[in-house]
Ligand binder design. Structure first.
Ligand code: SF4
Ligand code: SF4
Length: 672
């Protein structure tokens, strides 16, 4: 008889297990729709490998594992992929998660598959691959991928393999019924695990409240060397660390893994799944789930397809919704209330509990802590729940971690024992989530910081390299110059650089400075010369016709001529314009013609004597005066604008003054 040990704390809640083991495991059947979450395990969610509208067969992989800590997902029956979308899943926070939705066809048609009955011929690596490909994750707890758990490092000595048949939560009998009905599959699965791990001891630990299961296991295990170890019922003996302590007397260190004390643990359900995967080639597509509580007419255990909606399952068991106060996924100690009956059964769903209010009453409001210490007394992890409660309230996360918050297995024993009805475990769950989120945020920030710093380093290094090259070039140039000086020869590189610099400076000056100014002035000359040519031509024509416009045109020609003279002077003033070669090249031919014509007109005028020119000018001025006076009189009669009349009056006065001056000048000349 193997000696068993006890762990610290623990409680004895009412078991309520008998209701659901009165009948054998029933097949829940095929619901019209299966909702299969891509993440039913710890680790990376699986990635879909099917598309909407595709027909799939039972057992066909519909989502593949990505990464080492991940498992694939398979179609639990044949049907058509209806959707790949976010659906409400069973989670304490009631959140949506990516799911593959299958519309079942009722045919339940298997994909071709086959197992290895003589698994003894397989190597450990092959067995691990089979277990991984079958999508097996721990079915009694958080869903840790079994293949990862069984991938023990070569230098790790495992002396004990423990199969966990404890099932200590009240109400739940899924493992108990498996032991009763499928004991030989459990033993065969255990033998496969033995082959993989080669432990000295193989123990199946079962609480003494399951006599039928224990008897069945003992019968199946005869002659195998597998020990069925029983021990007194106490909650939470099923906790992995607690069970290891019960069976071996060893304590897994805080934050450590069972392998650190030479132990590997597997759940009863996972062991059967491993047997089915290896021997029958079947992936994990269904599980045993207890449906119980006083709101269920026929509490029992079902073999349920993964993805079956809770509503479908509880109706199979005679759900009386009018009696039910809440639906719990899991047991009353560690389970959580589900927000909607449409959520699916997943690989870790061991129980759906539908209690009445009388059976599991809503907890009364929490009172102040009376420091009774009951919570610490019952804590199986030897924690200080009261202190952790204070720290959780104050969000003192560092202190919570110092008090080993992450050793808390969320068993709820402290909440159960608390006379002040403080929902202690809920505080710990919330704090864990917040800490994990903070760690995640910190990791992201740390990665960003590292990326930023490496970039800065790269930039600084590049700058240093550039500086080093600059310095090397400078030294080389100096050395060349010195060498050239010594030899009396010109440094060819420096000379080339100097020439390039001079050329560049000249180009810049030409394009940005005087060149543009000169062009501007040349353009002005050309433009005015054109205008002068046009005006002169018109004037000649008017004079030939003895037109009234001669005077006005003459004024225009005079002004334009003045402007041309000014522009020419400005062009000359421009230093660059002194470069006559350049200046002659720029004006266009038309402009040159215009300038020449204007010059010609000036030459003709210049050939007149001053008196002749004065007479011509006097005549022109008198004509202009007459014309201006006529326009003024007409404007006054037409009541033109004041400023127009003023301008015309000014013109008349100016012309009159000019005529008088010219007449005086002519008279004086004639008298002389
Ligand atoms: S059991 Fe409740 S009341 Fe007692 S010390 Fe713990 S938290 Fe306080
Ligand atoms: S929930 Fe955590 S703190 Fe409370 S008794 Fe269980 S292990 Fe201890």
């Amino acid at each position: 008889m193997r000696k068993v040990f006890d762990f610290h704390g623990g409680i004895h809640p009412t078991e309520n297990k008998h209701q659901s083991v009165r009948t054998p495991i029933a097949n829940a059947g095929i619901p019209p729709e299966l909702i299969i979450p891509l993440s039913q395990h710890i680790g990376a969610p699986a990635r879909p490998v099917v598309s909407i509208g595709e027909h799939v067969l039972k057992g066909q992989m519909i989502a593949e594992a990505i990464g080492f800590v991940s498992v694939p997902v398979h179609a639990p029956t044949s049907g058509t992929i209806h959707a790949i979308e976010d659906r409400l899943i069973a989670h304490p926070s009631g959140h949506l998660a990516p799911c593959i939705v299958i519309t079942t066809d009722g045919q339940d048609e298997w994909e071709k598959h086959g197992g290895v009955s003589d698994y003894q011929t397989l190597k450990t690596a092959d067995l691990i691959r089979i277990i991984r490909n079958a999508g097996i994750a721990g079915m009694g707890g958080a869903g840790f991928p079994s293949a990862v758990k069984l991938s023990v490092k070569a230098d790790t000595q495992i002396h004990t393999l423990i199969i966990n048949g404890t099932e200590c939560e009240p109400y739940i009998t899924a493992d108990d019924i498996l032991m009763r009905e499928q004991a030989s599959a459990i033993i065969e699965g255990t033998k496969i695990l033995q082959q993989m791990i080669a432990p000295k001891n193989t123990l199946i630990g079962v609480e003494d409240n399951k006599p039928e299961g224990i008897a069945a296991l003992r019968a199946a295990a005869q002659g195998t060397g597998i020990e069925i170890v029983t021990f007194p019922t106490k909650y939470p003996s099923g906790g992995e660390k607690q069970l290891i302590e019960i069976l071996t007397g060893q304590q897994v260190p805080s934050g450590g893994l069972p392998s650190e004390v030479g132990v590997v643990c597997q759940n009863i359900g996972s062991t059967v799944a491993i047997f089915n995967a290896v021997v029958h080639g079947q992936p994990l597509i269904s599980r045993i789930t207890t449906v119980t509580g006083e709101s269920i007419r026929e509490p029992q255990n079902f073999e349920v397809l993964i993805g079956t909606p809770v509503q479908y399952l509880i109706e199979k068991a005679g759900y009386q919704y009018e009696k039910n106060n809440r639906l719990i996924m899991g047991g009353p100690m560690m389970g959580f209330t589900i927000p909607d009956t449409g959520v699916p059964i997943v690989k870790t769903t061991n129980c759906v509990l539908a209690p009445t209010e009388k059976e599991l009453s809503t907890p009364p409001p929490a009172q102040a802590c009376i420091r009774c210490g009951m919570c610490a007394e019952v804590c199986p992890a030897s924690l200080l729940p009261q202190q952790m409660f204070w720290f959780a309230q104050g969000k003192e996360f560092e202190k919570l971690e110092e008090h080993n918050l992450f050793d808390c297995i969320e068993c709820g024993a402290c909440s159960f024992a608390c006379p002040s009805n403080i929902p202690l475990v809920q505080y710990y769950r919330a704090s864990k989530s917040e800490i994990l989120q903070l760690r995640h945020d910190h990791e992201i920030a740390e990665q960003s910081r590292i990326r930023f710093e490496s970039r800065q380093q790269r930039l600084e290094q590049a700058e240093q390299d550039k500086e080093a090259k600059r310095a090397a070039r400078k030294i080389a140039a100096q050395q060349r110059a010195e060498a050239a000086q010594e030899s009396g020869a010109e440094d060819p590189i420096q000379a080339a650089i100097d020439r390039a610099k001079t050329k560049k400076a000249a180009q810049q000056q030409t394009s940005m400075g005087e060149e543009s100014e000169r062009e501007k002035r040349e353009k002005a000359v050309v433009s005015i010369a054109k205008r002068l040519a046009t005006a002169t031509s018109k004037l000649e024509q008017a004079e030939a016709e003895n037109s009234d416009l001669v005077d006005a045109l003459q004024t225009g020609v005079d002004k334009t001529r003045e402007k041309l003279a000014a522009a020419e002077q400005a062009l000359k003033d421009c230093e660059q314009c002194l470069d006559t070669d350049s200046a002659e090249q720029h004006p266009s031919d038309a402009a040159q013609v215009a300038i020449e014509r204007a010059m010609e007109a000036r030459t003709i005028e210049a050939s007149l004597s001053p008196q002749e020119k004065a007479r011509v000018d006097l005549e022109k001025l008198q004509k202009r005066l007459e014309k201006s006076q006529a326009v003024l009189i007409q404007s006054q009669e037409n009541a033109a604008e004041e400023k127009v009349i003023e301008a015309l009056e000014s013109t008349v006065a100016r012309l009159t003054a000019k005529i008088n001056a010219l007449q005086q000048q002519l008279s004086a000349a004639e008298e002389a």
